[in-house]
Ligand binder design. Structure first.
Ligand SMILES: Cc1cc2nc3c(=O)[nH]c(=O)nc-3n(C[C@H](O)[C@H](O)[C@H](O)COP(=O)(O)OP(=O)(O)OC[C@H]3O[C@@H](n4cnc5c(N)ncnc54)[C@H](O)[C@@H]3O)c2cc1C
Length: 329
């Protein structure tokens, strides 16, 4: 049961002048929440030459778009973006503010929340309205999903990763109101993005891979990790990881799957040397067939998967690679 109140806001992130998929997914979810709350969906987008993108936001479900279109905002400028969003939010009083859990969003959201003196739930895996109309912000914890609420302060703020919500059904005939933002000179700029240099991602992109091989702490060391990476390569699979792998520096953050990483939905997922903690597993719920290799027959991951192999991955993986290569010859 909802109640009329302030709008549901989405901060729409753009890169190279194109709105990110996660932002459109959030607009879709904001639409559902706003309909229940009998309020509107408002989107804030900052950048330059964004004219063509605005219709995408309406088509996805926005009623109003606050458009900060200025050459000085082409790249993400931390302090300027925070300043604009905070000042606008103080005036417009959104009830909810959703931001993509991207590299930018992870930095922007807590800065905005701190300035607005409100709460923020990071990396939500679900959003719904509670009986009293407050936003239930779901995150994996204590072996299940828990709901965090922000009962007093507003807006209720959450970050959500790409793939948690589906792409909305677009309606190209939808229109709305565009509110151009006055981008003042002299916005704070102690930190400035001058240039963006992109690294070409290695290997098969995780999000679109039909096979994903994910390795965990059970790899043991960098050499063990490289074997798991070799398995991914032999299968032409995307290579995923758990947090300890990233913490050890065996692989980059871009490989991490789960609550604070990526969501994957391959036809086949093979988890090697990982325990199956909720924060990881939440990222693979879209997988069709799941296999785990773990030397502990009681590892929780075996409760999650379709096929379990109890073995030492350091012995099993090289043999599997040989078998795969043998079949390919
Ligand atoms: C807020 C929050 C967000 C988080 N977000 C994420 C996230 O997005 N993604 C993520 O992955 N984690 C995340 N985590 C961490 C998560 O809770 C777990 O700690 C992590 O997923 C465990 O990684 P692991 O399974 O590799 O390691 P462990 O839990 O240490 O498991 C290692 C497994 O390897 C097995 N093993 C050991 N040796 C071998 C061997 N030789 N052969 C075969 N198996 C072996 C062990 O039996 C064990 O089951 C998050 C945590 C928090 C608190």
């Amino acid at each position: 049961m909802g109640s009329k109140g302030g709008p549901v806001w989405v901060f729409a992130e753009q890169i190279d002048g194109r709105v990110l998929a996660v932002s459109l997914q959030l607009i879709g979810q904001a639409r559902k929440l706003a309909d229940e709350m009998e309020t509107s969906v408002e989107v804030v987008i900052l950048g330059s030459e964004l004219g063509e993108q605005v219709q995408k936001l309406f088509a996805a479900g926005a009623d109003r778009v606050y458009l900060g279109d200025d050459p000085s905002l082409t790249f993400y400028q931390q302090e300027a973006y925070v300043e604009i969003i905070v000042e606008l939010a103080k005036g417009q009083q959104p009830e909810i503010m959703l931001i993509g859990s991207t590299s930018m969003g992870r930095e922007l959201a807590p800065l905005v929340a701190a300035r607005l003196e409100t709460g923020l739930t990071a990396h939500c895996t679900g959003l719904a309205l509670g009986e009293d109309g407050t936003l239930e912000q779901m995150i994996p914890a204590y072996g299940g999903l828990i709901s965090i609420t922000c009962p007093v302060r507003r807006p209720q703020m959450a970050t959500v990763a790409k793939g948690v919500f589906p792409m909305p059904t677009v309606d190209e005939n939808r229109t709305g109101e565009v509110v151009p933002l006055d981008v003042p000179d002299g916005l704070p700029c102690r930190i400035q993005t001058l240039e963006v240099v992109r690294e070409e991602p290695e290997g098969v992109p995780l999000e679109s891979a039909s096979i994903v091989v994910a390795g965990g702490a059970g790899a043991g060391d960098l050499e063990g990790w490289r074997e798991i990476a070799a398995l991914a390569e032999a299968l032409n699979a995307g290579l995923g990881s758990t947090r300890p792998v990233v913490d050890e520096g065996w692989a980059g953050l871009e490989t991490m799957i789960g609550q604070s990483g990526k969501m994957v939905s391959p036809e086949l997922y093979i988890g090697v040397g990982l325990s199956g903690e909720q924060q990881h597993v939440v990222g693979i719920v879209g997988a069709q067939v799941m296999v785990a290799v773990n030397n502990d027959s009681k590892a929780p991951v075996f409760e999650q998967v379709d096929y379990g192999i109890v073995d030492d991955c350091r012995e099993f993986v090289p043999v599997l690679i040989e078998k795969i290569k043998g079949r390919q010859v």
